[in-house]
Ligand binder design. Structure first.
Ligand SMILES: [Zn+2]
Length: 177
């Protein structure tokens, strides 16, 4: 069982926070929410996730709307920021590898601050596309609530069809102009 005194658990304003991820997959009998625990065991009013330092740094390279959006998403869905802003070298490398559609400086990730962000839900399983689509739906719902117009790499043209596109980028979100 997780010991709050020894773990990275913090209690602040009636919310439990975890500053680091712990491996824990069974329901907590102590009422404490461990990171990555299945949602059905959680009391959403009491527990929130937080970004790792690495994810936080990447988020800070993004525009205020993306920061606002993912600071809300992280409260209820544990996730990792893979990319915020990308410099020339990295953008061109991903373009060459076929992981990005655009070369520098044409990607939303190349803007300053970045208007594009790549985010994956934990636990990350690249073979399970369904989990990514569910996460995209959650992000879209939060964006709608916050009035932030976004475009997703799971549905570039925003027509809710996922079978009409050649390039799927399930982790990509950007703020529409
Ligand atoms: Zn992207």
């Amino acid at each position: 069982m997780l010991n709050p005194k020894k773990s990275t658990l913090h209690f602040h304003n009636n919310i439990f926070y975890f500053s680091k991820r712990v491996s824990f997959h069974t329901p907590p009998s102590c009422g404490v929410r461990p990171a990555r625990c299945a949602p059905q065991y959680l009391n959403m009013d009491l527990f929130m996730y937080v970004f790792s330092d690495s994810s936080q740094r990447k988020l800070e390279t993004c525009c205020p709307d993306l920061i606002r959006l993912f600071n809300e998403v992280i409260k209820h869905r544990d996730c990792k920021i893979i990319y915020g802003r990308r410099e020339k070298e990295e953008q061109d490398r991903l373009f060459k590898e076929g992981k990005s559609r655009l070369n520098y400086p044409h990607s939303s990730h190349n803007r300053y601050p970045s208007r594009g962000i790549d985010v994956a839900p934990y636990p990350i399983d690249w073979k399970d596309a369904g989990r990514f689509y569910m996460f995209v739906g959650y992000v879209q719902a939060v964006a709608e609530k916050l009035n932030i117009p976004i475009r997703c790499g799971a549905d570039w043209d925003g027509d809710t069809r996922t079978t009409d596109q050649k390039f799927n980028d399930l982790v990509h979100f950007e703020v529409r102009e």
